[in-house]
Design a protein around this ligand. Structure first.
Ligand SMILES: NC(=O)c1ccc[n+]([C@@H]2O[C@H](COP(=O)([O-])OP(=O)(O)OC[C@H]3O[C@@H](n4cnc5c(N)ncnc54)[C@H](O)[C@@H]3O)[C@@H](O)[C@H]2O)c1
Length: 264
């Protein structure tokens, strides 16, 4: 019960449908298993409700809310809902990330690019903007932003995704320094290749290849032998959310099976 007595918002706590589990859902389930009361927020209400139902079915405490991180009023309402229900916000987990319609710089569609920036960068910023005042008042809080190793590793074909995640790293460090004296820790997880439906079903459909081919291709790139699972991201998030990480802030933590060690 590493999050006993704590409350959490998991933004993007539903998941893209598919055979495996998404990072946000796995994190919401693990937070709840470790004792947290969890508000599951997602653009797709049915998916957030599925996550909440899974938590409640396992004996945990959860509620679902429909929201779009690109909409500031929705971010504010999500924070308000958590405060109304729980009276405090101990953990804010910003899991939302999109890449659909992205392209290399010379083929960029500005509307797509701006949508990716709005969701991947300004979404977490807006959630932090509205959650931080309550955390400052409490004198404590843990914020986790789900970035990507794309933010620090070579990626030439998705300029919106890469630059939004790189900026999310900078946002994480800025928020960490600005809020340390209020007892608020802000860290980022940089997942590598993870076997989630958004990645596998999503990319295999775009590339028109069987999911098994894509899985084998991704596994080959990982020094530890194969892709990670959503649970690997969730376990890192649990640590960063828990008091065990009380002296850790501003960290950009790769969860990538060693992939970022490969240079050249
Ligand atoms: N899967 C990977 O290999 C991988 C690698 C690196 C980083 N990541 C990051 O992990 C995070 C989760 O990825 P995943 O593969 O589990 O994807 P996912 O699509 O299963 O989860 C994202 C959730 O966010 C929701 N969402 C999307 N846009 C939203 C919006 N505007 N407002 C509110 N909710 C919205 C989706 O409905 C979905 O439930 C993302 O930030 C992604 O960039 C994933």
């Amino acid at each position: 019960m590493r999050l006993a007595e704590k409350t959490a918002i998991v933004v993007g706590g539903g998941q893209t449908p598919g055979e495996t589990m998404g990072n946000g859902r796995a994190t919401a389930l693990l937070f709840a298993r470790e004792g947290a009361r969890v508000l599951v927020a997602d653009r797709v209400l049915a998916s957030a409700e599925d996550t909440a139902r899974m938590i409640i079915g396992a004996g945990g405490d959860a509620a679902a809310i429909e929201m779009d991180v690109a909409d500031e009023a929705a971010c504010e309402a999500t924070v308000r809902r958590a405060l109304d229900m729980y009276g405090r916000i101990d953990v804010l987990h910003n899991n939302v990330g999109i890449g659909a319609g992205d392209a290399p710089p010379h083929r960029v569609d500005v509307a797509n690019y701006e949508r990716i920036m709005r969701v991947n960068l300004e979404g977490p910023l807006l959630m932090c903007k509205h959650a931080i005042p309550a955390m400052r008042e409490q004198g404590s809080g843990a914020i986790i932003n789900v970035s990507s190793i794309a933010s620090i590793a070579g990626m030439t074909n998705m300029i919106g995704y890469k630059t939004s995640k790189a900026a999310l790293n900078a946002l994480t460090q800025t928020l960490a320094l600005a809020n340390a004296r209020f007892g608020i820790r802000v860290n980022a997880i940089l997942p590598g290749l993870i076997n989630t439906p958004m990645a596998i079903e999503g990319i295999s459909a775009v590339r028109g290849i069987p999911r098994e081919t894509l899985i084998a291709e991704r596994d080959r790139q990982v020094p530890l032998g194969k892709m990670g699972a959503a649970d690997d991201v969730a376990n890192a998030a649990l640590f960063l959310a828990s008091d065990e990480a009380r002296f850790i802030t501003g960290v950009l933590l790769p969860v990538d099976g060693g992939q970022t060690l490969r240079v050249g």
